[in-house]
Design a protein around this ligand. Sequence first.
Ligand SMILES: Nc1ncnc2c1ncn2[C@@H]1O[C@H](COP(=O)(O)OP(=O)(O)O)[C@@H](O)[C@H]1O
Ligand SMILES: [Mg+2]
Length: 246
Amino acid sequence: MSSATPPTSADVQQRLIAQYAEIAQLAGALAHEIKNPLSTIRLNMELLAEDLDEAQTPAQRRALKRIDTVQRECSRLQDLLDNFLDFAKVRRLSLKPTDLNRELQETLDFFAPEAAEGGIEVVRYFDPDLPTVQLDREVFRGSLLNLLINAKQAMPGGGQIVLRTRTAGDRAVLQIIDTGCGIDDHTAAHMFEAFYSTKPGGSGLGLPTAAKIIEAHGGMIQVQSELGQGTQFTIELPVAPRLGRE
Ligand SMILES: Nc1ncnc2c1ncn2[C@@H]1O[C@H](COP(=O)(O)OP(=O)(O)O)[C@@H](O)[C@H]1O
Ligand SMILES: [Mg+2]
């Protein structure tokens, strides 16, 4: 009789990771497959709408309205699939020593028109001596933009976003603070879960994607919030080792 060694917790963990990777890959492939017929549907809806451009009869007008609904839902699905593909993507980061303050400034320049449109003042308190961090700038910018957009959406009547950087031991710390609606306990407990959203039409993938990206950089993200006052996200990133020094 052969007695198999019971699997260790490391074995179980390895197997779970492999299963997760397989499911993530399948889900990504499925999302891709759905995108093609979806764009065919959208294209045909556009053509139909063009045909009915000069709608005369009530029936034609009703048809145009329905086409409009289908088009809107198609574009919602397309956004959802794009967000999902971005979330499920297995990223190979291309890390480079980066000046985080400069990266933040460039992201803010990109975000400036959106902030202006939403009546949002952006204030920076950057630590001039912030040490270099290892970043995949393009990927990291995606996570920053998700956080900035959430902050904007939390302040529909306008408000303020503060971006602060500082050094804490071997970590660079970034805080994104808004004066928005704040987060209740139930939302705080679930908001890092995929598809959890309190917004009509929200994908619920912004924060989980941002957290995945930050964790892939060896960092972490935390949140503190006061209902009706605002929210503060704190991101910690490991400082890049200095060249020439062990
Ligand atoms: N800065 C913020 N202020 C208030 N609530 C927030 C903020 N950021 C995130 N949230 C909450 O977390 C939820 C999940 O955010 P996210 O994953 O980006 O999905 P979505 O923005 O599509 O709803 C939001 O629906 C919202 O309730
Ligand atoms: Mg979001």
